[in-house]
Design a protein around this ligand. Structure first.
Ligand code: P6P
Length: 352
């Protein structure tokens, strides 16, 4: 009787190369039921979008009309890059025939894109920022895509997307793709945060790090200090504090996904506070700050507007913005302590 077959020592390497994203999602859910299969299929489509965008980015410098501006401005009033439109359309193309989604809501589209009648309609909504940090695209620096998946609630017959105006706890899954020296996909379906690296030779995202935990404190503070005089005093005082105390380093790339990835993996705090020009902040809730808040909380960190948890913010409209303070629990709390001190001082002054 032959002994049971034992894989050779390379078993670990082979098994690791087989830990693809779709398999990981099913293992996470310990289920092969309909919703598990849906989530696995949704993540598989997002991975395909990431591969297509990564490929386009890697060759953009050699392609006519891949870089630069379209000459249009989007609903945010921002100049649109050709890569923004390409990436936006990639997500639509990848999901249009999937039978998984009923609509897609994006930074680049004023209203959600509804899957046409002649295509299979699903019961999920994809909310995404197709290319985050597009000011970096033409200079070959990091950019990312951010995504959030919600289940459709109600029928949305009037196509207003009103049922999307729910807080961050309604997210089923969230994550991002970071296009850098390697292409990294980070996601959570509410059971921890996991990172996959694209192996171009396989054309697969392979599990790299499981159950990422953000340290309770880190040395990095990440903020655009060019806005210093546009901030409220509390944020200026926080900045003065980290200038004066050892152990802090400033890092800021201009791409939220890249700055967030550093904070998620090494600790610290990223801030995009309100300014005099944009008191509500620059970053968008439904497809930027809420998905990243979902991730950081899953990794043991925090995300705040400075006054409340991002995950609890109820949006008034699809493109609503929020101030964003995200990262290690101790570092987010430090920023909030300056805000609370200032609020106390102001209320004391007003009461005298
Ligand atoms: P600023 C990119 O446009 C973006 O939305 C985020 O990726 C990034 O964190 C932020 O804006 C950068 O904005 O005002 O510092 O250039």
């Amino acid at each position: 009787m032959m002994a049971d077959y034992q894989p050779a020592d390379s078993g670990f390497a082979l098994d690791r190369d087989c830990k693809t994203l779709t398999r990981h999602v099913l293992e996470q859910l310990h289920s092969f039921g309909p919703e598990a299969q849906d989530l696995s299929a949704l993540m598989n489509r997002i991975a395909l979008a990431g591969k297509l965008i990564a490929r386009h980015l890697s060759r953009a410098g050699l392609m006519e009309s891949a870089l630069g501006f379209t000459g249009e401005t989007n609903v945010q009033g921002e100049a649109v890059k050709k890569m923004d439109i390409y990436a936006n359309d990639v997500f639509i193309s990848v999901f249009k025939q999937s039978g998984l989604v009923c609509r897609l809501a994006s930074e680049e589209m004023d209203k959600p894109y509804y899957i046409p009648e002649n295509c299979p309609i699903g019961r999920y909504t994809l909310l995404y920022d197709p290319i985050d940090g597009s000011s970096n695209v033409d200079i070959n620096l990091n950019v990312g895509s951010i995504f959030s998946i919600r289940r459709q609630q109600g029928d949305d017959l009037d196509h207003t997307g009103a049922d999307l105006l729910q807080d961050g706890h309604q997210q089923l899954a969230a994550g991002y793709i970071l296009y850098g020296p390697s292409t990294v996909l980070v996601y959570s379906i509410g059971r921890g945060v996991h990172a996959f690296v694209l192996d171009p030779s396989l054309g697969e995202f392979i599990l790299a790090t499981e159950d990422i935990r953000v340290p309770s404190h880190g040395p990095t503070y990440s903020v655009n200090e060019g806005n210093f005089w546009q901030w409220e005093d509390a944020i200026r005082d926080f900045t003065r504090y980290v200038h004066r105390h050892d152990g802090y380093s400033a890092r800021y790339t201009g791409a939220l996904v890249a700055d967030f990835h550093r904070i998620l993996t090494q600790g610290g705090v990223f801030l995009y506070p309100g300014t005099t020009k944009k008191p509500e902040g620059k970053l968008r809730l439904l497809y930027e700050t809420a998905p990243l808040a979902f991730l950081i909380e899953q990794a043991g960190g925090r995300a705040s507007t400075g006054h409340e948890d991002i995950m609890g913010v109820m949006p008034g409209e699809i493109h609503q913005r929020t101030p964003f303070i995200v990262g290690s629990t101790d570092d987010v709390a430090l920023v909030e302590s300056f805000i609370q001190d200032h609020s106390r001082r102001q209320s004391t002054l007003l009461s005298t």
